[in-house]
Write a protein that binds this ligand. Sequence first.
Ligand code: NAP
Length: 247
Amino acid sequence: MSFSGSVAVVTGGSKGIGASIAKSLAKRGLKVVINYSSSEDDAFALSENIKKDGGSCDILRFNVADFEESGSAFNEIIGKYKRIDYLVNNAGITADNLMLRMKEDEFDRVIAVNLKGVFNCTKHVIKPMIKNRFGSIVNISSVIGLMGNAGQANYAASKAGVIGLTKSLAKELGSRNIRINAIAPGFIETSMTRKLNILQRKVLIDSIALKRLGKPEDVANLAVFLLSDEAGYITGETINISGGLYI
Ligand code: NAP
């Protein structure tokens, strides 16, 4: 795969899907800025690993839900590298509860990180991208945003919101040669899904056509393709990668 740009930012890149995307981009010669909010040790270990393999990366702590904090972080990145060509809005959280029991704070926190976080980070990269007349953005949504899930009204709303935002921005930014796509993963083996108990896992696997959870690398392969020049005529799409959980 080929890349016309050279600098990528991956939010929530310290573990799980984001870490796999960061590794994969670094392996292809991109300079990668790995964001996290609290998992400093994971971010540091990942960056050491990438550098050991000859890659180039920085780690940068900021809370994607905080507009000012993310603004300063993106200014710092642009100050250092003079450009940002690729953004992966991957940082995300869950706070599951049935609506009857869901607290206002559980709803607000999930929307703030998963949806407002995408706004905050995208808002700060589009100016330099417009200036360079080049950019590619991938937003990590979820099949839950397409199909809904009992106990995840907050998460489903945030991820459906990301899909609407992606489509709108593709229309706004296409004329500036900026592409923006979303990925809707099914259930992927990360710390997010490690919370499932054995019974929940069995029921879930029974409903997946490929009879397994996905791997972070499965999602990374798709994200890297969507960022690459080979996907140069794809924008505004949401690609489902769920092993046939949602068809
Ligand atoms: P994960 O292993 O829990 O990793 C989440 C990442 O997001 C971590 O690096 C975490 O860093 C970061 N993060 C969380 N809140 C943040 C904040 N406020 N600011 C900056 N970084 C923050 O989760 P994952 O499973 O890889 O999920 C990655 C993305 O894929 C999420 O958007 C998730 O909704 C989506 N997704 C996951 C699955 C799945 O089955 N795993 C399925 C569909 C979609 P800190 O720990 O430092 O905060």
